[in-house]
Design a protein. Structure first.
Ligand SMILES: CN1c2c(nc(N)[nH]c2=O)NC[C@@H]1CNc1ccc(C(=O)N[C@@H](CCC(=O)N[C@@H](CCC(=O)N[C@@H](CCC(=O)O)C(=O)O)C(=O)O)C(=O)O)cc1
Ligand SMILES: N[C@@H](CCS)C(=O)O
Ligand SMILES: [Zn+2]
Length: 764
């Protein structure tokens, strides 16, 4: 029988149980013991489920109360003194690193958060400083192995590898780069392997996704020296080196010469992996974990295609040395299609979430071993299902496709140059220097969620629901005026999530009820599914924003999500190009922009929070595979506005330096960036690159409940003013305020406005 594996399993719980338990712990509604014992039950349930399905290599230590990368930092004792000296218990120290910590005496910020490669998952960035002492600091991976063993399940513990850990951490230690940490970190990894060996663990999976990125000679040498050393002392424990999110073209030849027992390769996103095996061969004594079931998208696997790949692999590798695997962790897909009780079967049958992907692995294992698989009923049914979707013309909109085909260069440009527009906009808006604003959303309080829930379950009519949302808008406009902000927002109360909401209101999308995916910590999203061609059938936000503007003489920013972000945070189709989908969405959002402008909205923000996210991991693909159409899609949305309408955009959680010129080329008038958690390092990037667009680098972090003081914000602004033209600076938080409580939000914004007022009156 073909052996089956998965890289990692989702952990938030099919009903997001873990989210609620952890949040209850944050809110002191539950104890540490309760949290840990409930989590232990969830883990057991999931291991048992995978075992029942017939998975041979079941992962452990893929569970996390907040983030797996943070767990690794904790495991390796990479805990900065600022958290250690809080003298909290282990769990609270861990959560302090994730969320910051504040009490009457102490005030520590959270670690920075970054996008996990090209996904909408975010990891906490460990800091390696002068005081870091690498040592084994936690028993979590060993405990989890033992917990599963109690059920009679011998799992495959998963840990992030030393190369990826160091490459993704921030090294602030003086005169050190990540290369200098190799020897110290290796000692701990050797200990980990030794301990697993002593526990008679058969397999360990070491994740090294950083191998799929561009690596230079030094990186490669460093990686090889790490692994030669680590594997030199290896005993009976078998090592699976797992890669995902791409191919390992820079190191393949060297990797296959290492003393590994198995290599995990991604055959979904790793476009060159098959070619590499053909060209350089595959060692006879190594097992291939072939990532053939997509861990990122939710469409049913095409068995025809997959068996094709497996057969090509079997030409170079003995079948029994091929283990069928997912392409990456299943963290990036929801739990099960079964929970979509209201979705029509005609759609549902085309989807495979995590649970269904386990079934696909089982079926593929059977077919790969069946010499006459083409006559196998499972194969025939699958081929016909895939064909049915491919041939379904009901969701093709020829008019939209024609509009895209007819686009001209001039459709991507505003008629006035940036320099011509900016003065006219300033004259019209009459804003003070260092204008204050927010990014759009205000707290999604229990009350708001309750209103939406009642509307969903029909205890409120649309009119009643609409009145309540408008009441909230009126309250938030009054509140912003009281606080003294200069540019107001309507608060986004009508939105469950910025992308899901637009998905629900555009034709061509399907949305789900329970298809949650973890985005960071306890926060989850429900990505809509792009099923057919996309268009706007009715105005979406216009009434709410026009209503907000009618209540105040201050400008209200119209608030939209941009085409690249809607696309990147959805599950895309696989039958048309990303470019085509982005342009379809762009045309829809463009109509919304036009309507807002016609209703007198003077500033329109088009969020592109996820623009950097899907930038290809290989630099050579940046333009041809992505930027060439992504920047154009954004420009298409706003190219038709009058010169006096000010266009804003917003981006969060990413490194922007390498695409800063392309961001300027989006031709927005103003952009707000996430900046506070990364110590405003964006400012230097903007300065170095002579950034033209006006900017609002976030002056405080909104992902943590801590309230920034007026002085802290004043210092952040002073830092900004010292390096950038103050006439081009905006003052705002890092991102939307939807995750925050009302009280902390009001206090933080008051501090922000007070800091600006002080600087306006007493410039430094
Ligand atoms: C800016 N970010 C976003 C990303 N991706 C997106 N798609 N959207 C984003 O805004 N990626 C990067 C960041 C990530 N940031 C966040 C921030 C906050 C959240 C978050 O708070 N998520 C909520 C879910 C929000 C939501 O849809 N709420 C619904 C209610 C849903 C619900 O709880 N339903 C219940 C049933 C109803 C009930 O009984 O109460 C259920 O299904 O159990 C709403 O407001 O109506 C979260 O809970 O995690 C995410 C990403
Ligand atoms: N306008 C959105 C952007 C989030 S990235 C918000 O404020 O929530
Ligand atoms: Zn944001």
């Amino acid at each position: 029988m073909q052996r089956l594996s998965i890289v990692s399993y989702p952990r938030i719980g099919a009903q997001r149980e873990l989210k609620r338990w952890v949040e209850d712990y944050f809110n002191r509604k539950t104890t540490k013991d309760d949290l840990l014992s409930r989590s232990a039950e969830l883990k057991k349930l999931q291991w048992a489920f995978q075992a029942e399905k017939g998975i041979d290599f079941i992962p452990s230590n893929d569970f996390s109360l907040y983030d797996g990368f943070l767990d690794t930092a904790f495991l390796l004792n990479v805990i900065p003194d600022s958290y250690r000296t809080l003298n909290l218990n282990e769990l609270d120290t861990y959560f302090a690193m994730a969320r910051g910590y504040q009490d009457e005496r102490r005030d520590v910020k959270a670690l920075a958060m970054r996008k996990w490669f090209n996904t909408n998952y975010h990891y906490m960035v460990p800091v390696i400083d002068d005081n870091t002492e690498f040592k084994l600091n936690s028993s979590k991976p060993f405990d989890e192995y033992s917990e599963a063993l109690e059920l009679g399940i011998r799992t495959k513990p998963v840990i992030i590898g030393p190369f990826t850990f160091l490459k993704l951490s921030k090294v602030t230690a003086s005169n050190k780069t990540y290369f200098d940490c190799g020897a110290d970190i290796l000692k701990v990894y050797k200990q980990i392997l030794g301990k697993f060996n002593a526990m008679q663990v058969e397999w360990i999976q070491i994740d090294e996704p950083a191998l799929v990125t561009d690596l230079d000679k030094q990186d490669i040498e460093f990686f090889i020296s790490l692994y030669q050393e680590l594997l030199s002392s290896k005993e009976a424990l078998k090592v699976l080196l797992q890669t995902y999110f791409g191919d390992i073209r820079d190191v393949y030849e060297k990797v296959i010469s290492l003393r590994i027992d198995a290599l995990g390769l991604d055959f979904i996103e790793g476009e060159k992996n098959l070619e590499l095996i053909k060209k350089y061969g595959f060692p006879k004594d190594v097992i291939l974990f072939a990532g053939v079931v997509n861990g990122k998208n939710i469409w049913r696997n095409s068995y025809e295609k997959t068996i094709g790949i497996l057969n090509s692999l079997a030409a170079s590798i003995d079948k029994e040395r091929i283990v069928l695997n997912t392409s990456c962790s299943l963290l990036h897909v929801p739990y099960t299609v079964k929970n979509e009780i209201n979705m029509d079967e005609k759609f549902k049958k085309h989807f495979a979430f995590a649970e269904e992907k386990l079934d696909e692995l089982v079926e593929l294992g059977e077919l790969f071993n069946d010499a006459s698989y083409e006559q196998n009923k499972k194969y025939i049914q699958n081929v016909s299902l895939i064909k049915e979707k491919a041939e379904d013309t009901a969701y093709i909109d020829l008019q939209i496709r024609q509009r895209i085909a007819n686009l001209k260069e001039s459709d991507f440009s505003r008629s006035n140059r940036f320099e011509e527009r900016t003065g006219l906009q300033k004259e019209r808006l009459k804003l003070p220097v260092l204008p204050t604003t927010t990014i759009g959303s205000f707290p999604q309080t229990a009350e708001i969620k309750e209103i939406r829930k009642q509307y969903k379950n029909k205890s409120l009519s649309f009119e009643q629901y609409n009145d309540k949302i408008k009441e909230k808008i009126a309250q938030i406009i009054r509140l912003q005026e009281e606080i003294g902000l200069d540019v107001l927002v309507h608060g986004e109360f009508e939105r469950n999530d910025m992308v899901e909401y637009f998905g629900e209101n555009l034709s061509g999308f399907l949305f789900t009820e329970k298809a949650w995916v973890q985005s960071y910590g306890t926060r989850c999203v429900k990505p809509p599914i792009i099923w057919g061609d996309i268009k706007r059938t009715k105005p979406i936000t216009v009434e709410y924003i026009a209503y907000a503007q009618s209540l105040t003489s201050k400008p209200v920013k119209g608030m939209l999500t941009g085409p690249v972000t809607i696309l990147n945070w959805s599950f895309p189709r696989e039958d048309i190009s990303l470019r085509e989908m982005a342009f379809q969405i762009a045309l829809a959002i463009k109509e919304e922009v036009t309507d807002l402008e016609n209703r007198g909205i003077r500033i329109i923000q088009i969020d592109e929070a996820a623009l950097r996210e899907k930038l290809p991991l290989r630099r050579q693909d940046w333009n041809s595979h992505y930027l060439d159409w992504a920047i154009k899609a954004f420009r298409l949305v706003h190219s038709g506005v009058k010169h006096y309408t000010q266009i804003h955009t917003h981006m969060c959680y990413s490194e922007f330096e390498d695409i800063i010129k392309e961001i300027d080329d989006m031709d927005a008038d103003v952009i707000s960036f996430e900046a506070a958690r990364s110590d405003l390092s964006i400012i230097d990037v903007l300065k170095r690159n002579n950034f033209r667009t006006e900017v609002g680098p976030g002056v405080y972090d909104i992902h943590s409940p801590r309230v920034p003081s007026k002085e802290e914000i004043r210092q952040a602004i002073i830092k900004m003013v010292g390096k950038l033209d103050k006439n081009k600076l905006w003052i705002n938080p890092d991102c939307g305020l939807k995750t925050r409580g009302m009280e902390e939000t009001v206090q933080s914004l008051k501090n922000m406005v007070a800091a600006v007022e002080e600087l306006r009156n007493n410039p430094v």
